[in-house]
Every structure is written in structure tokens, then in C-alpha cells.
Design a protein around this ligand. Structure first.
Ligand SMILES: Cc1cc2nc3c(=O)[nH]c(=O)nc-3n(C[C@H](O)[C@H](O)[C@H](O)COP(=O)(O)O)c2cc1C
Length: 205
């Protein structure tokens, strides 16, 4: 369900900020990059999505995150890395499996690598706080993509944490890859997931 659908399907209190936030938050769900197709965000929408990250809670204002947009030219380099990572961990991988690994780099019109910048020698902000900020920045990006009518999906995997990935993106010391974000138009919609409610994860102390 997109936020636009949610207007039709009962979140009819969108005039209030609470109603809008409810619809925006609860209509976001992970979409497999395979189901994210063109068109992706235009340049103005892309900027709006990335600027949403800047509104994350950020103790010390260090912006402890980075979003690397994978350009069309760089996707080939990433494809090679995914294929080699598979071959390295499974010498029996078939050509079809290797092709599948390569294809991951080409899915979705907008592909971002997100990292957390965890060096705290100068600012003394604990690593935990920086990771929380980076997670919030990711969520802001996902919600803004949703607000603009796009679907999004996060992906990780062994290759993400490899030395080759660090080298490809020239990650700095104590800059850690967190996940890829794919953003695009949802090709086929799935019903909304059942979610835990507050009784499952909150209590009064
Ligand atoms: C850091 C991170 C990495 C993820 N990596 C993957 C992944 O590699 N493959 C995948 O299918 N989903 C991945 N996900 C998405 C989760 O599976 C998804 O968020 C979870 O199932 C809950 O679904 P929801 O986002 O619709 O609430 C990742 C999520 C996070 C937070």
C-alpha cells in the first residue's frame, strides 16, 4: 500500500499531522528491489529524499552517516564485486547463480549505499549514538520516498561487509557499511504486513 492508497483505504484523517504521520509510517514496508522499477525519483525528488536524512536526531551534529548514490557507470563495478564475492565463498556457484548475483547491482532506479561514520576521536559521541542517528536518517529517507509515492527496500549480505566493498567505495577508517537502499516505482503491490503493536514491545516501569 502506498501513502496515496492509504488515503483511499481508510486513513481519512490526513488533515491532521498525526493522521498523516500514521498513514505515512504504517504504509511503508520493505519492497524487494526486484519489484522496484523505473521511473525513480527525479533530481528534485532525490534531493528531497536525501535532505530528509539531515533531519535525523544527531547528538553533536556530526552527521554520522553517508549516502553514496551508485551511478549507472558504477553499477558494473558493483556487479563484478557481487559476482566475485559469490565465487569466493562458493566455488561451486553455477553461471546462473553468478548472473543472479551480478543482477543485484542493476535493480531499482535509485541505489544508495549507506554507511555510518563512527570515528569519535574528535567529537566523543559514543558509537551507539552515531548508529542510532544513522538508523534514523535511513528511516527518514524511507518515509520521504514513501511520501513521494515510491517504494523502497533495504538489502545487506556478506559482500556488503567485505574488504572489496570498502575498497570500491573508498570507505574511510571507522566508516562502516550499514545497508543498501533501493528506491523506485513499485511494480506489483503486496498487502500490508501484520505489525506488532505497543503491547509487544513496551511496558510501564
Ligand atoms: C540493516 C537492514 C538490512 C536489511 N537487509 C535485507 C536483505 O538483505 N534482504 C531482505 O530481504 N531484507 C532486508 N532488510 C529488510 C527487512 O527484512 C525488513 O525491514 C523486515 O522484514 C521488516 O519488514 P518491513 O520493512 O516491511 O517492516 C534489511 C533491513 C535492515 C534494517
Amino acid at each position: 500500500m502506498t501513502i496515496q492508497d492509504s488515503v483511499i483505504l481508510g486513513f481519512n484523517d490526513l488533515d491532521s499531522l498525526g493522521g498523516f504521520a500514521n498513514a505515512l509510517i504504517h504504509s511503508r514496508q520493505h519492497v524487494s528491489p526486484k519489484r522496484l522499477i523505473a521511473p525513480g525519483p527525479n533530481p528534485a525528488q532525490k534531493l528531497e529524499i536525501l535532505n530528509a536524512a539531515g533531519a535525523a536526531p544527531d547528538h553533536g551534529k556530526t552527521s554520522p552517516w553517508h549516502f553514496y548514490e551508485v551511478s549507472p557507470e558504477s553499477r558494473e563495478l558493483l556487479a563484478k564485486l557481487f559476482a566475485n564475492a559469490l565465487i569466493d565463498r562458493d566455488s561451486t556457484a553455477t553461471p546462473i547463480q553468478i548472473e543472479e548475483a551480478r543482477n543485484k547491482a542493476f535493480r531499482g532506479p535509485l541505489l544508495l549505499l549507506v554507511t555510518a561514520k563512527l570515528n569519535n576521536e574528535l567529537d566523543n559521541i559514543p558509537v551507539q549514538e552515531k548508529l542510532i542517528s544513522a538508523g534514523c536518517a535511513i528511516q527518514n529517507v524511507l518515509l520521504m520516498a514513501n511520501a513521494l509515492g515510491f517504494g523502497s527496500g533495504l538489502s545487506s549480505g556478506k559482500a556488503l561487509y567485505s574488504k572489496n566493498m570498502r575498497e570500491l567505495f573508498r570507505l574511510k577508517d571507522k566508516e562502516e557499511p550499514l545497508c543498501f537502499i533501493t528506491i523506485g516505482t513499485i511494480s506489483t503491490h503486496k498487502p500490508n504486513k501484520e505489525r506488532s503493536d505497543a503491547s509487544a514491545y513496551s511496558s510501564v516501569f
